[in-house]
Design a protein around this ligand. Structure first.
Ligand code: TXA
Ligand code: MG
Length: 349
């Protein structure tokens, strides 16, 4: 399959690319496009054959439902009802990184919802994404634009790396500023339940309704007793090729342990990358040391997380040792993604 790659530098000047990509969606093709969270791989959410192409391009398990992207807060065509709390969340956080789960109408085919009676809907804030949805005239089903299991792309180059030859069109032009996927909140239960932490933090959601809680299964290894409620959260995910280990605890202690582990690996002729903060950059004696950002700005760390994991793969290292972060605010999303990327290989020191 031939993939067209187009970079939108200026929305009004380059509008023809978005129009062209919109036509691809309308005609049942696949388009990777930027959003503020991560890049998405989109198709017409109402077209069964088009949606199937997404699963094939990504190698995605069929029991993992897709999020439907819209360009307006009027979603009455897509869902049976919008409870008051969902309306409040939409008013406060849309457009933006919040996906709301509601009971779907039959117009949404079962491939899109992976046979669930519910559907996740999100109105992204990315200007390119909104324009694409508008010009396509369709709700766009879009998972992250990576091969299943790999770190989600936040730069167009990474979409090309994963999807060139597998999709019809790739639009670039924006980096994803949030860097972790949207927060998912299930509004079919009362009180609503967070199924995946993301850019909209639990603390922000609790301001709307203090009873909102987070799925208990999210921060530990899935087991038979405790399964995450979002089907996608049970898979190994976001994983670099290298073996990733998280070392979490007091800063000085984690540095000491990482230095020790690194010595061991290097002695055995392994190569090592370290993911740390600006403040700790010069505290490691060996290895490829990469900063995720300042320890004072977890949003910067979230933005750089997936791209840094991919950079480690570019370096071809055998091991990645990553410092942990506090599980608060957007730190909860960071640690959720890191835990999954590491297959829950986390050491508390
Ligand atoms: O930020 C995002 O949400 C990005 C961008 C492209 O918008 N999309 C994204 O999609 O992260 P994806 O497919 O990588 O993750 C969707 C997650 C999966 O874990 C899936 O199981 C869950 O959402 N999900 C979707 N629909 C659901 C539903 N009806 N009930 C429960 N979980 C659902
Ligand atoms: Mg994904």
């Amino acid at each position: 399959m031939e993939t067209k790659v187009a970079i939108v530098k200026d929305i009004s000047r380059d509008i023809e690319y978005i129009e062209e990509a919109g036509k691809v969606i309308r005609e049942g093709g696949t388009v990777a496009f930027p959003t503020e969270t991560v890049y998405g791989l989109g198709a017409d959410a109402l077209n069964e054959d088009a949606v199937k192409k997404i699963f094939i391009a990504k190698g995605r398990p069929q029991d993992n439902p897709l999020i439907v992207h819209v360009a307006s807060k009027d979603i009455s065509d897509l869902v049976k009802e919008v409870p008051k709390i969902a309306q409040e969340l939409m008013n406060k956080f849309w457009p933006g990184p919040l996906t709301i789960i509601l009971e779907k109408k039959d117009i949404i085919p079962n491939v899109t919802s992976a046979n669930l009676s519910t559907i996740g809907i999100r109105m992204p804030s990315s200007k390119i994404a909104l324009k694409l949805i508008e010009l396509s005239g369709r709700p766009i089903a879009a998972p992250s634009a990576n091969i299943s299991g790999r770190p989600s792309p936040t730069e167009v180059e990474r979409c090309v790396e994963d999807l060139n030859g597998r999709v019809d069109y790739i639009i670039g032009g924006e980096s994803s500023n949030i860097g972790v996927e949207s927060t998912i909140i299930d509004c079919t239960v009362n009180p609503p339940l967070v199924l995946r932490p993301g850019g909209i933090t639990l603390e922000m959601l609790k301001e709307i309704n203090s009873e909102i809680e987070i799925d208990k299964a999210l921060m530990s290894k899935p087991s038979d007793d405790l399964k995450p409620k979002a089907p996608g959260m049970k898979y190994r995910h976001y994983a670099p090729k290298a073996s990733l280990k998280i070392i979490s605890g007091k800063n000085e202690k984690t540095i000491e342990i990482i230095n020790q582990m690194m010595e061991n690996y290097i002695e055995k002729n392994n190569t090592v990358a370290i993911l740390t903060t600006d403040e700790n950059l010069n505290k490691f004696n060996k290895g490829e040391v990469i900063s995720l950002g300042s320890e004072n700005n977890l949003y910067e760390i979230a933005k750089n997380l997936f791209e840094s994991l991919r950079k480690c793969d570019d370096l071809g290292v055998d091991y990645i040792l990553c410092q942990g972060f506090e599980e608060y605010g957007v730190g909860l999303a960071i640690m959720n993604r890191l835990n999954k990327a590491a297959g829950y290989d986390i050491i508390y020191v």
